[in-house]
Design a protein around this ligand. Structure first.
Ligand code: KDG
Length: 349
């Protein structure tokens, strides 16, 4: 009898242990079966903060919100926060923060990134990319992938090409309708030696400055002018501090979607796939929105500013004036890489 009771008790204990074990694995398998990008049991999420220089009216900001929506629709374990107007940092500082892993994402122009990866300087060679079709042909292919891959050497990954756009000249002093009108103008450039050299070659008196300081500098007239795409000129309200606008299309600026490698390595494969896919999809949205906005912004700017276009003769003088700059900076960027870039540009003509 005693033996039977003992066996019964043993059976009950084994059954209880077995049920707890199953219940546990079921809970875990429930967790394991789901995509690991789903929220963890205690619901803590990985936060991806995006630092932008432009304000919350721009295609850059709206496309970053699109990225947020795409990521959060696909993953319960990722949360995206978008910070605009340089509230976290200016471009160069934001890139350094990505390298240290103290910030997750930033989307700057390529120009400030050339101090980290010189090859991005190909976009600063004036008058090389001259249409949206050429831009898409050069960037959305093998060459674009090859260049983007170079970012990883600096502790950041470029996940996608976004669009800043074709850059135009504004100033507060004089209409610029010919090359000699540029003479002596104090023009702010991005922190990039090729831009500095190009505006010197055009006869200006250029000064490099972080984007976050630009509006105040124009307001205080410490600079006469600047150059940026139409959406930025209009949506950052430059007509409040600039009188003259000239269509120069002197440079096409990409925006680059950069994520910290430290952040990236801390994501699961599923999370990486979700983030990469969203960066590319939001980038397509960004290019469309950027191009639409450039058209509508120009229409508004023509009402608010004195607008000039360059004759083909004057445009030819601008191009001639900057030819030595292109020659000079081939070695800084990398002779072979510039040759490859110019071959892509020719193919896309
Ligand atoms: O967020 C992007 C801006 O910080 C900057 O890259 C924009 O083209 C720009 C400029 O002139 O600095």
């Amino acid at each position: 009898m005693f033996k039977k009771k003992w066996l019964l008790a043993l059976l009950l204990v084994v059954t209880a242990v077995f049920m707890v074990a199953c219940g546990d694995s079921k809970e875990n398998s429930g967790a394991n079966a789901s995509d690991s990008s789903k929220g963890s049991e205690n619901g803590d999420k990985k936060k991806l903060r995006i630092s932008l220089g432009l304000n919350d009216q721009t295609p850059l900001y709206k496309s970053s919100v699109k990225f947020k929506e795409l990521v959060e629709a696909e993953s319960d374990s990722l949360e995206v926060e978008v910070y605009h107007s340089g509230t976290i940092a200016d471009d160069r500082s934001a890139i350094e923060m990505l390298q240290f892993g103290t910030l997750e994402i930033t989307i700057p122009s390529t120009a400030p990134f050339t101090t980290f990866v010189p090859e991005y300087g190909v976009f600063d060679l004036p008058f090389t990319l001259t249409s949206n079709e050429m831009v898409d042909s050069v960037l959305q292919g093998e060459f674009g992938d090859k260049l983007a891959a170079k970012a990883e050497s600096q502790g950041v990954l470029q996940l996608a090409w976004w669009e800043n756009g074709f850059r135009q000249l504004t100033n507060s002093k004089t209409p610029v309708e010919k090359l000699e009108d540029v003479k002596g103008l104090k023009i702010r450039t991005m922190e990039n030696e090729i831009h500095l050299a190009a505006w010197k070659a055009l006869g200006a008196n250029p000064t490099p400055m972080a984007f976050t300081e630009l509006f105040t500098a124009m307001q205080q007239k410490t600079i006469d002018g600047q150059e940026n795409p139409y959406p930025t000129i209009f949506l950052e309200k430059y007509p409040e501090v600039q009188k003259y606008l000239t269509e120069t299309n002197h440079v096409y600026s990409p925006f680059i979607f950069l994520i910290s490698k430290k952040t990236w390595d801390g994501l699961s494969e599923e999370q990486q796939e979700i983030v990469r896919k969203a960066a590319i999809e939001a980038g397509e949205h960004n290019r469309d929105l950027s191009r639409e906005t450039a058209k509508s912004a120009l229409e508004e700017l023509k009402k608010q500013m004195t607008f000039s276009e360059l004759s083909s003769e004057e445009l030819a003088k601008f191009k001639k004036a900057v030819e030595p700059v292109i020659e000079k900076y081939k070695s800084t960027i990398g002779e072979e890489f510039v040759k490859e870039y110019l071959a892509e540009v020719d193919k896309a003509q």
